[in-house]
Design a protein around this ligand. Structure first.
Ligand SMILES: Cc1cc2nc3c(=O)[nH]c(=O)nc-3n(C[C@H](O)[C@H](O)[C@H](O)COP(=O)(O)OP(=O)(O)OC[C@H]3O[C@@H](n4cnc5c(N)ncnc54)[C@H](O)[C@@H]3O)c2cc1C
Length: 440
């Protein structure tokens, strides 16, 4: 397929955000009688799902402290629910089990979920939480757990299948996806993109929509935007880098004789466990964490064992992204993380205790690019360059593209207002939660 020399809409990146935007742009153009999917091309430097979307653990949850996110997730879960099989979606639900420190946040999150019709329950107090969790996992050890938020929607999805399904939907609408075509720069005239420069020649366009994932900082530089933003904080301003990188720690683990099933032998909900009590190694009793720690886990991607992750590691502003993901030893977790993860499992479940040295291990991980307040930037950053920098929130946000298409073709989308770039200068950034993660 030869790359056209011009096209009304050029989408950069074939991850969830690029593909969802391309698909929904195609739908919206058709519905408005303003064009069709043939007006949309996607440029992907590698292959579909080569970035964060293809390697993510795939957890789909609405457990977010910042209110703006709840609507985006609801739109996304609705899309997953239209075709669970196609998206590889497991609607098993999601449970956050947290200490007293985060109990109030759980209550606030559940209240907001109830307001928008997202089905969930919250339990408070160690005894009630223990009783509730006992019914799901008879071997649950809930010491120190003071709040449980059970989201009855969400769960997890097989990430590569989700991305492939989005690509299929987009292609069915006439979108053309060019793999192996790298965007190398933009021909800018007074800040307006005239053409997209690529490894296969230049493409004139009216609008660029980029979902670059971890490469957000690279696209930002190509658009000749300043590397730092001013963030207003109580009347003062501080300068922050537009992107800071974190190493996401994840892996697949399994035992020969024990499975992560619920009380009825079925696949359980995804579990998110935060603790303030020390975590000791299930291998040798060493203290691994003295303070706040957390793990999240679900059925393994092979259909058995456990897949999950933990608190990421900050890397600063300068990292090597290539090659991206599991082929890069720098992106993959080491044995230390395996000890933390399996010890966390042993802390929560009697069945895993004393098995620290018996786990089979398939470590993975990757790098995420985070914005100054760790929440997405979804905005026109140039008059005709629309950027979705998702701050690593978003495999689950497959519905974001629908809001993006409304925003672009419908002249605005209120649900995206919390994610505008101007929030930093205006000092209306997203509040930080008390969880040990940068993305809650
Ligand atoms: C290890 C890990 C685990 C995660 N787990 C979860 C999870 O459980 N649940 C969840 O919701 N989220 C999770 N995330 C976050 C989630 O994966 C990302 O937020 C999301 O996938 C980002 O999607 P994207 O489309 O913006 O980026 P990507 O999927 O990274 O897609 C960007 C694409 O752009 C392409 N590209 C980049 N630069 C160029 C260029 N110059 N020219 C052409 N193409 C280019 C890349 O090759 C890539 O394919 C995880 C992330 C990581 C790293």
């Amino acid at each position: 397929m030869e790359l056209p020399r011009s096209g009304p809409y050029v989408v950069v990146g074939a991850g969830v955000h690029g593909l969802s935007s391309a698909y929904h742009l195609a739908l919206e153009l058709e519905q408005r009688g303003a064009g069709s999917g043939a007006d949309v091309i996607v440029l992907e430097k590698s292959r579909i799902g080569a970035g964060a979307s293809g390697i993510a653990c795939g957890v789909v949850r609405n457990f977010y402290f910042s209110p703006g996110i709840a609507e985006v997730i609801r739109a996304s879960v609705e899309l997953f629910e239209t075709d669970p099989e196609g998206f590889g979606y497991h609607p098993v639900g999601y449970i956050a089990a947290v200490p007293e420190l985060q109990a109030e946040e759980c209550v606030a999150i559940q209240r907001r979920q109830a307001e928008i019709g997202y089905r969930s329950d919250v339990l408070l107090g160690e005894r009630r939480c223990q009783e509730y969790m006992d019914a799901i996992f008879p071997d649950w050890d809930g010491r120190g757990i003071e709040a449980v938020l059970h989201e009855h929607q969400g769960g997890w999805a097989v990430t590569r299948q989700t991305v492939e399904n989005l690509a299929r939907l987009a292609r069915e609408r006439g979108v053309r996806i060019y793999e192996g075509v790298e965007v190398t720069g933009f021909d800018l005239h007074e800040g307006v993109v005239q053409a997209v420069e690529t490894s296969a020649g230049s493409v004139r366009t009216d609008l660029v929509v980029a979902g670059p994932g971890p490469w957000g900082g690279h696209l930002w530089r190509m658009l000749d935007l300043p590397p730092e933003v001013r963030v207003r904080n109580n009347g003062d301003f501080e300068t922050k880098p537009i992107v800071t990188y974190w190493k996401l720690q994840e892996g697949d683990y399994w035992l020969d004789d024990v499975e992560l099933t619920d009380a009825h032998g079925n696949e359980p909900p995804v579990i998110h466990l935060d603790h303030v009590e020390p975590l000791v190694s299930d291998r040798d009793g060493r203290e691994l964490y003295s303070g706040h720690w957390g793990i999240y886990y679900k059925t393994g991607r092979r259909g058995f064992g456990v897949q999950g992750g933990g608190v990421p590691i900050p890397l600063g502003t300068d990292v090597e992204l290539e090659p991206y993901g599991p082929e890069n030893p720098e992106h993959v977790v080491g044995d230390e993380f395996s000890d933390v993860f399996t010890s966390g499992l042993a802390r929560a479940h009697e069945r895993f205790r004393g098995k620290g040295r018996e786990w089979h291990v398939d470590p993975h991980g990757g790098i995420g690019a985070f914005t100054p307040d760790n929440y997405p930037i979804v905005d026109l950053v140039r008059p005709n360059a629309y950027l979705i920098m998702d701050s690593n929130h978003g495999f689950k946000m497959i519905g974001m593209g629908k809001l993006v298409a409304n925003d672009i073709l419908g002249g605005g989308e209120p649900r995206l207002e919390p994610f505008r770039l101007s929030r930093y200068e205006a000092g209306v950034t997203h509040a930080a939660s008390r969880s040990p993660y940068p993305w809650n």
